[in-house]
Design a protein around this ligand. Structure first.
Ligand code: SF4
Length: 222
C-alpha cells in the first residue's frame, strides 16, 4: 500500500517527454520543504488533507490501464521516501514505462525507465541518484541559483532544464538569467517551462487535487 495524494491522467508538461500523454501518481509526504513548493498538500501542515488515501499497487495499475497513457510519472511529494519497486514492476508487467520525478535526496528503489532529478538546496541529492538521472531540472528561484545547482549536479551530458520558479515565471530578471545562461553555455542547458500550467491540463481530471502553491510567501506558514 502506498499513501497517494492524487492521481490523474494528463500530459507531461515538462522536460524531454513534454507533450506526451501521461498518468501521474503523486505520493504523499516530503521532508524537503521548499518554500515555493507547488504541491504543498503533500506535506505542509496548513494544506495537507484530513485523510490520505492508501492505494494498493494492483488498484493503481487498474486505474492506469483504463487510459491511453504512454507512460506513468511517479512524483510527489518526494516519492523516493517510499519503496516504489513493487509499483514499478507491476506497471512494467502491463507494458507501461515508468518515470520518476525526485529531488534525489533519498535512495531510489525501483527500476525506473526515466529519472528527472530536481536538486533542492534544503536537502541535497545523493551522488548515486545524480549518477542515475536521465535529465535534470533546476528551479531558478533567486539570483545565483543556476550557478549553485550546476555546481551541485557536476559535469553532465544529460539535459539540464532551467525552469523559472512558477511565482517568478513573468519576472524579467529570472527569464533573462535563463536566456543568457543557455545562450552563453549551450548544451546541455535548455530553457524550461511548465506547459501543463498554462493549459491547466492536470485540472481537467476531476481527481486532481486543488493546487497549493506556496510561492515562497512566508505568510503562508513557512
Ligand atoms: S517542491 Fe518537491 S521537493 Fe520541494 S517540498 Fe515540494 S514536493 Fe518536496
Amino acid at each position: 500500500m502506498l499513501p497517494i495524494h492524487e492521481q490523474f491522467y494528463t500530459f507531461q508538461g515538462e522536460g524531454l517527454h513534454a507533450g506526451r500523454a501521461a498518468y501521474f501518481i503523486r505520493t504523499f509526504g516530503c521532508p524537503v520543504h521548499c518554500p515555493w513548493c507547488d504541491s504543498a498538500g503533500t506535506w505542509h501542515p496548513d494544506y495537507i488533507p484530513e485523510q490520505v488515501a492508501r492505494w494498493s499497487v494492483e488498484d493503481l495499475v487498474t486505474e492506469v490501464a483504463k487510459t491511453k497513457a504512454e507512460f506513468v510519472v511517479v512524483t510527489g511529494g518526494e516519492p523516493a521516501i517510499h519503496n516504489l519497486a513493487p509499483l514499478v514492476d507491476a506497471l512494467h508487467a502491463i507494458g507501461q514505462q515508468v518515470h520518476l520525478e525526485t529531488s534525489g535526496a533519498f535512495p531510489i528503489r525501483g527500476e525506473f525507465d526515466w529519472i528527472t532529478l530536481s536538486p533542492k538546496r534544503w536537502k541535497l541529492p545523493l551522488p548515486e541518484t545524480i549518477a542515475r538521472a536521465d535529465e535534470f531540472k533546476i528551479i531558478v528561484d533567486q539570483p545565483g541559483a543556476i550557478e549553485e545547482y550546476v555546481a551541485i549536479i557536476g559535469e553532465t551530458d544529460k539535459p539540464v532544464w532551467l525552469h523559472p520558479e512558477w511565482s517568478r515565471h513573468q519576472d524579467a530578471a529570472t527569464l533573462d538569467a535563463i536566456t543568457e545562461w543557455v545562450k552563453a553555455q549551450g548544451a546541455p542547458y535548455r530553457a524550461g517551462w511548465q506547459m501543463h500550467k498554462h493549459y491547466a491540463a492536470d485540472l481537467k481530471d476531476a481527481r486532481s487535487a486543488t493546487p497549493a502553491p506556496l510561492g515562497g510567501d512566508p505568510k503562508k506558514g513557512y
